[in-house]
Ligand binder design. Structure first.
Ligand SMILES: Nc1ncnc2c1ncn2[C@@H]1O[C@H](COP(=O)(O)OP(=O)(O)O)[C@@H](O)[C@H]1O
Ligand SMILES: [Mg+2]
Length: 293
């Protein structure tokens, strides 16, 4: 197959997953090109598959990105598919998952027409944009800093962005975050990500905040939660899914579900790039059978 690994001009050289994935796909006989979604000179019909990878700047230009997804999907097989990407690029999907019975971190959503202070009092909490990645514009506050937090929410709302307010789950400080990675619904590997938000920190201005990653063996409860999440995805588990969970006194809770452009941390799990390559071929073959019916 001719496979495009899709990054962004702004992410050039930053995606550690591209080299191991290109190597694994190539060794299985595929032809691989690394291309940017926002490079207007790319002819997408050259590829059998356009695999979304590090399109990390979509958060600042969502309408443009989704329009590109729509156009490219007419010329090649976009993975994950357009409908999945549309649903997953706004953290309001958390509300859908909660309705489906998934244990999410309690989440209060604000829209630009709502008051920026219309969220409950928490001892410690997080304000973040609903369309966001890499911890950008995300900050942690204590109750005494509510004014600053409301001003932060207002700034985002005034810019036309939806906002999400959650209690800060402080077990992350010790235990870290667990990211569980699945290919075609089958568990592949997991990593631990260290805590990212300082109490008096400011939001990162970079494309993503620096992260401390180590391999992790997920607990049975984390695996169980992740499977519940996958089952609740409209349309079922897609080609790739990263389920990020935080510990709490009531067990693990879903922080976010990454179906668009998650880092997959191949270098932390031997054989994972090869497993993903096999899964890509399987997904593409299944799609081809589907379209011939
Ligand atoms: N409710 C929360 N409790 C504790 N830490 C949080 C919470 N929300 C976010 N964080 C921290 O902020 C980081 C970024 O938030 P996240 O929801 O994953 O957004 P994104 O990765 O899309 O920017 C997380 O990896 C975690 O370290
Ligand atoms: Mg995250």
């Amino acid at each position: 197959m001719r496979i495009a690994l899709v990054t962004a001009i702004a992410a050039a050289g930053l995606d550690d997953d591209l080299a191991p994935l290109a190597k694994a796909l190539t060794s299985r006989g595929n032809t691989v090109s690394i291309v940017a979604w926002d490079d207007p000179t790319v002819s997408w019909s050259r590829f059998d598959v356009a695999l979304l990878r590090s399109t990390w700047d979509y958060t600042e230009r969502l309408a443009e990105f989704l329009a590109w997804c729509e156009r490219s999907a007419q010329h090649t097989r976009l993975l994950n598919p357009l409908e999945v990407v549309r649903w997953n690029t706004n953290k309001r999907y958390l509300a859908d998952l909660e309705r489906a019975g998934v244990a999410i971190i309690p989440s209060h959503f604000l829209a630009p027409d709502q008051a920026p202070d219309s969220f409950p009092d928490f001892a410690e909490f997080v304000v973040k944009p609903c369309v966001g990645a890499g911890s950008r514009d995300t900050q942690r506050y204590v109750a005494a800093q509510r004014d600053r937090a409301v001003a932060h929410a207002k700034r985002l709302l005034d810019a036309g962005r939806d906002v999400l307010v959650q209690p800060y789950l402080d077990q992350v400080d010790e235990h870290g975050e667990t990211a569980l990675i699945f290919f075609n619904g089958v568990f592949s590997h997991a990593i631990r990500k260290g805590p990212l938000l300082q109490r008096d920190g400011s939001a990162t201005a970079a494309l993503f905040a620096p992260e401390a990653i180590t391999p992790r063996e997920p607990s049975a409860a984390e695996i169980d939660l992740a499977h519940r999440v996958l089952t609740a995805i409209p349309g079922g588990a897609p080609l790739y899914a990263r389920v990020d969970v935080l510990p709490s006194s009531e067990g693990p809770k879903l922080l976010e579900l990454e179906l668009t452009e998650p880092s997959l941390f191949f270098e932390h799990a031997a054989g994972s790039a090869e497993r993903f390559s096999a899964a890509i071929e399987l997904a593409a073959a299944a799609d081809t059978r589907e379209s011939k019916r």
